[in-house]
Design a protein around this ligand. Sequence first.
Ligand SMILES: NC(=O)c1ccc[n+]([C@@H]2O[C@H](COP(=O)([O-])OP(=O)(O)OC[C@H]3O[C@@H](n4cnc5c(N)ncnc54)[C@H](OP(=O)(O)O)[C@@H]3O)[C@@H](O)[C@H]2O)c1
Length: 211
Amino acid sequence: MKVTLFGATGRTGRPLIDEGRKRDMEVTVFARSSSTFHDPDVRVIRGSLTDETLLREAISGSDAVLSALGPTALRHPSDLPITTATEAILSAMKQENVRRLIAISTGTAVDPEDGFDSKIRIPALLIKLAMPSAYRDIIGLASSIRASGLDWTMVRVGFLKDGPAAQRLNIGVYGHTKHSMTVLREDVAKFMFDQIQSRDFIRQAPGISSL
Ligand SMILES: NC(=O)c1ccc[n+]([C@@H]2O[C@H](COP(=O)([O-])OP(=O)(O)OC[C@H]3O[C@@H](n4cnc5c(N)ncnc54)[C@H](OP(=O)(O)O)[C@@H]3O)[C@@H](O)[C@H]2O)c1
C-alpha cells in the first residue's frame, strides 16, 4: 500500500514514518520548502503546501492521506495556513481520486456528538483566548475536512507525549467517553494507520487518549 503523509516533518512525523515502514507501506512525505526534514529512506516531495501540481504528484496512487498538520507556535500566522493547505490537499485528493483521509485534530474542534468534558473545554477556551489565530485555523481545518465529502476520520488528541506505544487507549467522542489529557505520539500513529483499512470511524472524529 502507499500512503502520503503531511505534517510528518514535525514531532509526530517520526512515529508515523516508522509505522508506515513497519507495515511495509510506501511512504511519501510532503515537506515545506523551508523544512530541514531529511530521511533518505522515504520519498520526499518538497514545496509549497498550496502547489497543486506538487500536491497531486505526492498524492497520486496513494491508498490514503494522513495529516499531522496543525498549528504549533504561540504566534501562529493569522492567514489560516493550515486551513488553506488542507483545502489544497482535499482538492488534490479529489482530482487524484484518493478518498481516504485520516487527520489529527483536537477537542478544540467540537464535534456535534460531543457532550461536555471540562478537561477538554477549558483548554479549548484558553486556546481561543490566548491563541486566536491558531484557534481559527484549528476550526477552519476541521470545517474543511467535514465539508469535503471524502472518507475522512479526524483523530482528536489532547496533549501529545513521546515514548513507546502503550496501545491502551480511550477511544470515543468527548463527554461520553472517559478521557485522560494526554496520548503518546506512537499510539496516535498506530491508531491512524489502523484506520486506513477500517470503516469504523468514517466521517467521525473520535478523541483518543492514554488509559
Ligand atoms: N503537541 C501537542 O501537545 C498537541 C496538542 C493537540 C494537538 N496537536 C496537533 O497534533 C499534530 C501533531 O503535533 P506535533 O506535536 O507533532 O506538531 P509539530 O511537531 O508542531 O508539527 C506540526 C506540523 O505542522 C506543520 N506546520 C506548523 N505550522 C505550519 C504553518 N504555519 N504552515 C504550514 N505547516 C505548518 C509543521 O511543518 P514544518 O515542520 O514545516 O514546520 C509540522 O509538519 C498537530 O496538528 C498539532 O496541532 C498537538
